[in-house]
Design a protein around this ligand. Structure first.
Ligand code: SF4
Length: 436
């Protein structure tokens, strides 16, 4: 449709924002928009934002500043801000950047069609409600067009944990689980469009409790779908790793042996101050239990250094925990105060100390990640091929442990799971050869 309006969406932050951007693009597709990869020819620009790190909001304001010229050239251009910064800042965004026409929170983007229709020509549209109705009941039905072999599927939103450093309970609201029947429909639709691997998303995904089903129950039902070959889930809280979910890692062939299980610190004093509601020892025993059920599982973690009150001794306990666990992958950050969170009011660790601790921690994690990759050399793994690689005749895919694998293979293997022998390990990826 040549006269389709052009939509440019830029997504920041977590996989859940990636999923939300897909659904928002589908919503606006129903209003006649087609996605474009550049803001220069857009009729609407939508920034789907993240509020997890310091300066997140400031980054959005400077990004918006870049569109001043485009708006001057095309006064009909609509500019919108969605996601967690929209939820946290709301009206303030329009006050600081008057060229913004529309602000919509993560819980009310099912109203994007009417907000878009209302916004523009000086009229501002703002919606950062936590509505009664379930937005998923009001989203546009998903398109039928073929798509790539992997997809995200939001199964749970919000969080009731209130970790002292985190804005999510304030920007995404209380925990809400979608119904299994709706999720099975959506997953079936994705498989019919070529998807072979689905990653189930939630801020606290293992707290899922849809119509009495636990996450393990939902995974068991999804595993019945013909054509769906792989299931993953993220992000989990240690306190919600129920026994049935641990058993699912032993019993469900379609559930991949990869688990992202943030711990943040190894110091009980800091874990308490973070309101994580578990100790370092409880976490280690949980890891033992999971590995007993699934010895081949690759564990991934999250760490924050320099949380208020963290001493050298606390930090050493974090390093000890990491050495005890041995992570195949991990994400680590300096603590950054988030407005409105309990920890933000506390006295801060000097930035130079944070930088030094983060460097030591990342050296250790990188050495563990490299060792985990090196241990794959000579092994047979299964790889779901997703796209063509850098080199001619090469494809890239992900192994069951979520390692990126480069393999010389016919392009016809894109979208298929194939057996591969790993022949080499690089910085962040593996190389292998087809064996079946
Ligand atoms: S469990 Fe995760 S999302 Fe929930 S408050 Fe803690 S860090 Fe934030």
């Amino acid at each position: 449709m040549s006269d389709a309006k052009k939509l440019y969406i830029k997504t920041y932050g977590c996989q859940m924002n990636v999923y939300d951007s897909e659904r928002m693009a589908e919503m606006l597709g129903a209003s006649g928009y087609q996605e474009t990869s550049t803001p220069d020819d857009a009729d609407m620009i939508l920034l789907n934002t993240c509020h997890i790190r310091e300066k997140a909001a400031e980054k959005i304001y400077s990004e918006l500043g870049r569109f001043k010229g485009l708006k001057a050239e095309n006064p009909d251009l609509k500019i919108g801000v969605a996601g967690c910064v929209a939820q946290a800042e709301g009206q303030e965004i329009i006050r600081r950047q008057p060229m913004v026409d529309l602000v919509v929170g993560p819980q009310s983007y099912h109203r994007l069609g009417e907000l878009e229709a209302r916004a523009g020509n000086g009229v501002k549209a703002l919606d950062t409600d936590f509505p009664e109705e379930d937005k998923f009941d009001h989203l546009a039905s998903r398109p039928k067009a073929r798509r790539g072999p992997t997809a995200f599927l939001t199964v749970q939103e919000g969080c009731d944990k209130f970790c002292a450093f985190c804005v999510v309970p304030y920007t995404r609201g209380a925990e809400v689980s979608r119904t299994p029947s709706r999720l099975l429909d959506e997953a079936q639709g994705l498989v019919e469009r070529g998807v072979r691997e689905i990653t189930l998303l939630g801020q606290n995904v293992n707290a899922y409790h849809g119509d009495g089903d636990t996450l393990a129950g939902l995974i068991g039902k999804l595993a019945q779908i013909d054509g769906l070959e792989r299931i993953r889930y993220t992000t989990s809280h240690p306190n919600d790793m129920q026994d049935d979910l641990i058993s699912a890692h032993a019993e469900c062939d379609k559930l991949m042996p990869y688990l992202h299980l943030p711990v943040q610190s190894g110091s009980d004093k800091i874990l308490k101050a973070m309101n994580r509601k578990h100790t370092g020892d409880e976490y280690l025993r949980l890891v033992e239990k999971i590995r007993a059920a699934c010895p081949d599982l690759l564990l991934s973690g999250d760490f924050i250094v320099g949380f208020p009150g963290e001493t050298d001794a606390d930090f050493e306990q974090t390093m000890d925990l990491i050495r005890a666990v041995g992570y195949g992958q991990a994400y680590s950050f300096k603590y950054s105060p988030r407005p409105g969170t309990p920890a933000a009011e506390k006295s801060h660790v000097e930035d130079a100390v944070k930088v030094e601790r983060l460097a030591r921690l990342q050296d250790l994690l990188t050495s563990q990640q490299r060792a985990a990759q090196q241990a794959m050399v000579g092994r047979e793994v299964s790889v779901l091929f997703e796209k063509t690689g850098r080199l001619d005749g090469q494809l890239i895919g992900k192994s069951q442990h979520l390692h990126a694998v480069h393999v010389v293979s016919p392009a016809s293997n894109i979208g298929s799971v194939r057996r591969v022998r790993i022949t080499d390990s690089q910085t962040n990826s593996l190389t292998g050869e087809l064996i079946g």
